[in-house]
Design a protein around this ligand. Structure first.
Ligand SMILES: [Fe+2]
Ligand SMILES: [Fe+2]
Length: 261
């Protein structure tokens, strides 16, 4: 079955590009299941109720997130009512929301989606994602259905290490957070599809989705300005993964990048 994973949707340009291309991508590639990272969807950081509703109206099966999920406090009003909106699973016990969900796909397959956040150069620093993943795999296996992981973290090394940690035990792992698509997609030797980062869905004449003039000025003057999202043409970035439903192992993974107006 075909899985479409889409990287961090940033602000209005990202939402507009996603809306313009999602259905067409799904039809073109006969997509059975779609996961979208939405941590930057509302003005570049977090989610409002209005933005969440806008995204929930799209054909998305599960939304994942990351360090920005709680940036807009409004999310606390609805995250507990939305089991398919994930925050990183390795937040401490008692944190609002959930980081893991099992959904029945349109074709009947059981798909478990996990969202974890890394520790290196991330704030806040959460529980060990490697231990969290091992714990999850003690009670969930590919015999019961597909398993997908969005690993949201800063360093390429932590993402790569997680790929080897889970190879053969899950169907696919993709990275998010750094907003730059990497060219290292592959199926690891024991059958887990892997890509270090999906890239962002947002305005590309920017610094990872933020207004480029503000960021450049910040580097030049060493005074950090307010982070406003960039405008202008945007791209949808992600990956398309083909998984054998019987074994839960991946057959292929390839990058997707579609430019919008
Ligand atoms: Fe992000
Ligand atoms: Fe992030």
């Amino acid at each position: 079955m075909n899985i479409l994973a889409i990287g961090d949707v940033v602000a209005r340009p990202g939402r507009k590009a996603l809306k313009a291309h999602l259905s067409q991508l799904q039809a073109q590639h006969e997509v059975d299941f779609t996961v979208v990272n939405v941590e930057n969807a509302a003005n570049g950081s977090g989610l409002t109720r209005g933005v969440y509703k806008e995204l929930a109206a799209l054909p998305i099966d599960v939304m994942t997130s990351g360090n920005h999920i709680f940036s807009k406090r409004e999310v606390f009003d609805f995250i507990d009512d939305e089991p398919t909106l994930l925050r990183p699973h390795n937040y401490p016990a008692g944190t609002a929301g959930t980081g893991i969900v099992t959904v029945t796909a349109a074709n009947g397959a059981q798909v478990t989606v996990i969202n974890l956040m890394g520790q290196a150069f991330m704030h806040p620093s959460l529980d060990c994602p490697f231990a969290s993943m091992s714990e999850i795999l003690r009670s969930t296996s590919l015999q019961e259905g597909l398993i997908l992981l969005d690993f949201h973290t800063e360093t390429t090394s932590e993402k790569s290490a997680m790929g080897w940690h889970v190879d053969g035990q899950i169907s696919a792992q993709w990275g998010t957070h750094t907003h730059v698509q990497t060219a290292d997609e592959r199926v690891l030797p024991d059958g887990t599809a892997f890509i270090t980062d999906l890239g962002m869905t947002g305005a590309y004449n920017s610094v990872i989705g933020t207004d480029k003039d503000i960021i450049v000025k910040g580097y030049v003057t060493k005074v950090r300005g307010r982070f406003d999202p960039a405008n202008g043409p945007a791209a949808v970035c992600g990956a398309l993964i083909d998984v054998d439903e019987a074994s839960g192992k991946a057959r292929s993974i390839r990058r997707i990048r579609v430019e919008s107006e």
